[in-house]
Write a protein that binds this ligand. Structure first.
Ligand code: AMP
Ligand code: GLY
Length: 414
């Protein structure tokens, strides 16, 4: 098979890596890809937003299967365009991708089908939103409605923070804001292969959303991750599947928006059980970089089986994989480009390129999150030690990283 992977980040690098391990695949293209993927795939210079360019390429090269990484490409309706042209593509239609591209859309379906989630209201008016916040009090969560790369959410602990978030959100023309009850508990990510009502779960991952150690600083796309997560037992996973993931897939069919692709549940284990923080219409980033390498089943077989509505049992590497994100100084507010990165060849674990470029034969930084450095071992402690050993060997003066990925979980045992 010839497979095309769309995207240029760490998640897409992990997808390419998973595709490269499939016995079914003879050729992989990545559009536009990145220097990390270039070792496994032929990178073609087509932007991930250029839907007509991607369609032409897929037709000309007779691509057998296209896998879409980024939410923005899905929200452009690439799946509809490819399907109309008779091409096989794994991802949700534009309509179904609203599960992520509109928080209000997702919340309405969760409410209608009793899928556990935080209480909320949606506002398109600043004054009414302020009144609501004043009435509800803090802590409270303010979410802009559209796609924000994980950065459109403020968990406000003071009224001032809440009002500042509302001001910022309503400074954008025609913005809608979802204001939510603040859930308290243990967060985890459960991503499933989905086609209509067929839902096959991957292993659990734990992301670290805040920019700095100790869960301080602004929310980011994710600064580090590990999988599996021992606190999330099989019983909790079963609850998450039967109360959240399966009912949501079924609701999408009933509502006339059948979902195909990776359905990501951002979930919270609370005292009242599992609740939904959000759905995404794609694999998580950095979750994909630690979950997919643990998949021992053939990735392409799984996708095909799910697309044919056949449930399959997946086999997983039992070891723990932990990944540390190295990001440009200033991320998430700002980022730099062009700083030289050295020492990548000294790493013993898998390194995924999240935002790099090649310049004069060298690898340089190219945006916010730059690298995910991972290691696997029998214990979380050992995976932590190995991953940070590799991080220490990477030389670049423009990067920072968190030092405490997985630490909370390790400390709970003591
Ligand atoms: P989201 O983009 O919706 O995943 O939100 C980003 C992060 O904000 C989540 O991973 C949570 O850490 C936090 N968050 C979002 N919604 C809530 C909520 N209702 N209660 C508590 N924390 C939340
Ligand atoms: N890591 C969180 C996300 O991909 O949305």
């Amino acid at each position: 098979m010839k497979v095309l992977v769309i995207g240029k980040g760490g998640r897409e690098h992990a997808i390419v890596h998973a595709v490269s391990r499939s016995k079914r695949v003879s050729k992989i293209y990545a559009a536009p890809g990145n220097p990390g993927m270039a070792a496994l795939a032929e990178c073609v210079k087509i932007a991930d937003s250029d839907v007509s360019g991607l369609l032409k390429f897929a037709k000309d090269e007779a691509i057998d299967l296209t896998i879409v990484g980024p939410e923005a490409t899905l929200a452009l309706g690439i799946v509809d365009v490819f399907q109309e042209a008779g091409l096989k593509i794994f991802g949700p239609s534009k309509d179904a991708a609203q599960i992520e591209s509109s928080k209000d859309f997702a919340k309405q379906i969760m409410m209608k089908y009793d899928i556990p989630t935080a209480a909320y209201q949606t506002f398109d008016n600043y004054e009414e939103a302020c009144d609501y916040v004043n009435k509800q009090g803090v802590p409270i969560v303010i979410k802009e409605d559209g796609l924000k790369a994980g950065k459109g959410v403020v968990v406000a602990y003071t009224p001032e923070e809440a009002l500042a978030a509302l001001q910022a959100a309503f400074a954008v023309k025609d913005n809608k804001v979802v204001i939510e009850e603040c859930l308290v508990g243990f967060e985890f990510s459960l991503i499933c292969f989905v086609s209509d009502e067929t839902v096959v779960p991957m292993q659990i991952a734990q992301d670290h959303k805040c920019a700095y150690d100790g869960d301080k600083g602004p929310n980011t796309g994710g600064m580090g991750v590990y999988s599996p997560v021992r606190k999330i037992t099989d019983e909790i996973i079963a609850e998450a599947m039967t109360k959240v993931m399966e009912p949501m897939a079924a609701a999408m069919v009933k509502e006339g928006h059948p979902f195909t692709g990776f359905l990501y549940g951002g979930l919270m284990l609370t005292e009242q059980g599992v609740k939904t923080i959000e759905f995404n219409a794609r694999l998580g980033d950095p979750e994909a970089e630690v979950v997919l390498p643990r998949l021992q089943s053939d990735f392409i077989d799984v996708i095909e089986s799910v697309m044919n509505h056949k449930k399959c049992e997946l086999t997983w590497d039992k070891q723990v994989t932990l990944g540390v994100v190295m990001a440009s100084e200033g991320y998430p507010a700002s980022s730099t480009k062009g700083a030289l990165i050295q020492g990548l060849d000294t790493c013993s674990g898998l390194v995924f390129h999240m935002g790099t470029a090649e310049k004069d034969g060298e690898i340089v930084t190219d945006g916010g999150r730059v690298l995910l450095v991972s290691a696997k071992a029998d214990t979380l402690e050992e995976a932590y030690r190995l991953a940070y050993q590799d991080v220490a060997n990477i030389q670049c003066d423009a990067l920072f990283y968190r030092h405490d990925i997985g630490k909370k979980d390790m400390q709970e045992d003591k």
